[in-house]
Design a protein around this ligand. Structure first.
Ligand SMILES: Nc1ncnc2c1ncn2[C@@H]1O[C@H](COP(=O)(O)OP(=O)(O)OP(=O)(O)O)[C@@H](O)[C@H]1O
Ligand SMILES: [Mg+2]
Length: 425
């Protein structure tokens, strides 16, 4: 397992590289800094080194620029490992089914994630907009939709409450007594008025994704176009382009959280692999603050044993929920700070002795302070300079990979739409 280079350190006229050792990376990295200081570039350079070193990575990019940059630089011998997930490729939509599970354990995990994602999207502060009752209905409905050899997706959930034939066709596959009882006892006793009230609520949440063609064509396919366990097992290069300008903020967040949930589900299965067989995998999430669920936070503390190295960045630390700030300070082995605003400077300086608040306020562009995990221990803080964008673009390569991926992983839009129409009929 090769080290990669984060940046350079200049000390008393001598320049040395700042290496990041593989084993230390499973303790994760957090990076913060104002716009334009070079955060995305640091991740791009690190991810490119991982790719060159034949490691598996997933890069989640809210703008798409980092993905375009990487696509243009993928070395020849790794071209076939690239899986590009770009929702704006509407002619060949890839499938991403949150509710596709291979075993009961995975099913439970994904249903819990589904609920968590809805909270994050519609009621992050838990004000009661999504209450225990919606949660209860959603849990049972999701379990029911998944039942049977055909499986199902979240866009069929509303249909369960509208189409009795569909409900019965799914119920016959249910084994879980609690879910069965939900239908035979609870639903049987629920008044039509209450049902339609709840249905409205479901439609108002799911409608957003069902009525958007791009989202429906991605989320509604029963079979995801790529398998996250294979991504991990074969060192794939999963590039997720969530350019908000193209699909909208809520949709981008939904897809980002589903990708992370599916990746987590696959990572958790590694518990059954011998430790030696868990290949290192590196996850990069740029502007991660909108994609965080509770289970993702627990990954920060647990994923060490799964050989997953997580890299997170955003612009403002102090704006993250307190719980998230604590999880980062408590669990992340390597913290890198570029120039930040006053609040963040104060907060970070507490962790970065002997540096002061002013040190953070006065950092020139591309310069940072870092506490680096070295051999399992976090170092004292020291300064560094980031690397300029590595290597140059191979002309026309990005376009070629995009076309290849859309043919290899996407399905023609008319076929997808026909299939989904059938599921919803
Ligand atoms: N070390 C460096 N040397 C020279 N140029 C750099 C360096 N790091 C980044 N750049 C350039 O600076 C610009 C801004 O970098 P980048 O996009 O990485 O910033 P950012 O912190 O991610 O900003 P934002 O928060 O707005 O996304 C880019 O054009 C990038 O190529
Ligand atoms: Mg950036």
């Amino acid at each position: 397992m090769e080290n990669i280079i984060i940046g350079k350190n200049e000390y008393r006229g001598k320049t040395t590289q700042i290496p990041y050792q593989a084993a230390d990376r499973f303790r994760h990295m957090y990076m913060v800094g104002k716009t334009g200081v070079g955060k995305s570039t640091v991740f791009q350079n690190m991810a490119l080194q991982d790719i060159i070193n034949n490691n598996g990575i997933c890069f989640i990019d809210p703008h798409g620029e980092s993905i375009d940059w990487l696509l243009a630089r993928i070395p020849k011998n790794r071209l076939e490992d690239v899986i590009l997930f770009d929702p704006s490729d509407t002619e060949h939509p890839l499938g991403l089914n949150l509710l596709e599970a291979k075993d009961p354990r995975e099913q439970d995990f994904l249903v819990a994630e589904c609920i968590e994602i809805f909270y994050q999207l519609f009621d992050p502060e838990r004000t009661g907009m999504i209450g225990p009752q919606f949660e209860h209905w959603l849990r049972n409905a999701a379990m029911t939709v998944m039942a049977g050899p055909e499986g199902g997706s979240i866009i069929e959930i509303s249909k369960l409450f509208m189409d009795r034939r569909f409900e019965l066709s799914k119920r016959k596959y249910l084994k879980e007594p609690m879910v069965l009882e939900f239908w035979t006892k609870q639903m049987a006793r629920t008044s039509d008025f209450h049902k339609s009230e709840m249905l409205n609520y479901f439609v108002s949440k799911f409608g957003h994704f069902m009525n958007n063609t791009i989202m429906r064509n991605i989320l509604g396919q029963h079979h995801s176009s790529f398998n996250f366990e294979q991504v991990l097992a074969h060192d794939k290069i999963l590039l997720v382009n969530l350019s908000k300008g193209k699909i909208g903020d809520l949709n981008a967040r939904m897809l980002g959280m589903i990708v992370i949930a599916k990746l987590e589900a696959a990572i958790l299965k590694r518990a059954f692999l011998e430790p030696g067989k868990r290949l290192p995998f590196y996850l990069y999430v740029d502007e991660f603050q909108n994609l965080i669920t509770d289970s993702f936070l627990s990954m920060l503390s647990e994923s060490r044993k799964y050989a997953l190295g997580i890299h997170l960045t955003n612009q403002y630390f102090a704006q993250l929920p307190q719980k998230l700030q604590d999880a980062i300070i408590g669990n992340v082995g390597t913290i890198l700070g570029f120039e930040v605003g006053v609040d963040d400077a104060e907060r970070l300086a507490r962790e970065f002795e002997p540096f002061s608040k002013e040190s953070f306020l006065n950092l020139p562009r591309f310069n940072f302070l870092i506490k680096l995990m070295i051999g399992g221990k976090t170092s004292r803080a020291f300064s560094g300079v980031s690397l300029p964008p590595l290597s140059s673009a191979v002309p026309a390569q990005a376009g070629k990979i995009t076309t290849l991926c859309s043919l290899a992983y996407g399905s023609p839009k008319p076929l997808v739409e026909e299939q989904i129409k059938r599921y919803l009929r």
